[in-house]
Design a protein around this ligand. Structure first.
Ligand code: NAP
Length: 324
């Protein structure tokens, strides 16, 4: 397979993880661009990256760039997606990929028009554990899926200016952590939920600090989601089937699940892949997709999740400055 030239747009916490993952693959990123140029220079030194762009726009014009990894805050994604796709670049974009379905639809149309891969960096879709659990579910040994329960809570300092609470940085629990819970649900549900109700508590800054969401699809599969940004919860997913249930902790990058078969209480531990390799799996799946070798990046699931989040925020009356 061809070796692709990756550039990161942004060099914060998650971009450091991508650069490390690339090094673990025995390679380096091809380039880096960042709003604050000096940080890009330091980042390039740290990860042995040969190219530092003075302006973000320069990466779009560089013919040697194959794949752009967008790792800036969510509210900046849409504009960068448009520019990158118009310049023929494949995109792996951090979650949440856009603010809403309209922005995502625009990007999808551009990707289709230019025959490019557009994908959200949603770890759940690339962890080997989830691919294995999907096959177990499809084997029928657990019967039909009935109910999914998801928790995700982070204790973030009550600082209304940081990206978690700041509306100008598209803060709020749904786009920051709810996207993981909903992606997990979409992975296992047979069709996307079409009935959704929720309850929300807003932070003083006006973004969602805490929410409970109840979802059901046309086959009667249901899910319950509990999110908080100001209290710790285990990152726990539980999927209940007719003949047993699956429990997963630390689910965004999970390497282990426990299946309990209800008939005889037998427990089976499933271990597959490694948490530490989460971003390596994303890189490898993305390159396979770009090379046309058929690996699925699940943009259809990303679209379903974005539709759910868009609909929920509409009922809350929560919009971001870019949407007003
Ligand atoms: N941290 C995680 O564990 C994690 C995990 C998964 C996904 N993500 C997602 O990745 C994205 C970035 O998160 P992070 O934790 O890496 O953030 P971070 O450490 O704060 O880094 C943010 C990066 O975006 C740049 N940036 C900020 N505002 C910008 C703007 N208005 N225009 C252009 N560039 C801007 C920053 O540039 P400067 O250097 O100029 O400030 C920096 O390079 C978010 O969408 C987040 O949801 C994060």
């Amino acid at each position: 397979m061809k070796t692709y030239n990756w550039v990161t747009l942004g060099c914060g916490v998650i971009a450091n993880q991508l650069a490390s993952a690339m090094q673990q693959e025995g390679r380096s990123l091809y380039g880096v661009a960042n709003r604050t140029y000096n940080k890009a220079v330091d980042f390039a030194k740290k990860y042995n990256i040969s190219k530092v762009y003075e302006n973000i726009q320069d990466i779009f014009a560089d013919e040697n760039v194959d794949i752009i990894y967008i790792s800036t805050p969510h509210n900046t994604h849409s504009q960068y997606l448009q520019e990158a796709l118009q310049h023929g670049k494949h995109i792996l974009c951090e979650k949440s990929i856009t603010l809403n379905s309209k922005e995502l639809e625009n990007a999808k149309q551009l990707a289709e028009k230019h025959h490019l891969i557009l994908a959200e960096a949603m770890t759940i879709y690339h962890m080997p554990l989830y691919k294995k659990l999907y096959n177990i579910m499809k084997s029928g040994c657990l019967g039909n899926l009935k109910m999914i329960q998801m928790n995700f809570g982070s204790y973030k300092e009550y600082d209304m200016s940081n990206r978690f609470f700041n509306p100008s940085l598209a803060g709020g629990a749904l786009l920051d952590i709810g996207v993981y819970a909903l992606s997990f649900i979409r992975w296992f549900m047979s069709v996307t939920p079409n009935q959704i109700v929720s309850q929300v508590k807003m932070a003083p800054s006006g973004v969602d600090e805490q929410a409970g969401i109840l979802l059901m699809n046309s086959t009667g599969e249901m899910a319950v989601v509990a999110l908080t940004l100001n209290a710790k919860q285990p990152k726990r997913g539980m999927i209940a089937f007719e003949k047993g249930y699956i429990e997963i902790y630390e689910y965004p990058r999970a390497e282990k699940a426990v299946i309990t078969y209800t008939e005889n209480s037998r427990q089976e531990i499933i271990e597959c892949g490694q948490t530490d390799n989460a971003l390596r799996y994303e890189i490898l799946d993305m390159e396979q997709a770009v090379s046309g070798m058929g690996n699925e990046m699940h943009l259809d699931y990303t679209s379903d999740v974005m539709s759910i989040m868009t609909e929920i925020r509409k009922t809350w009356g929560l919009s971001y400055p870019e949407e007003q």
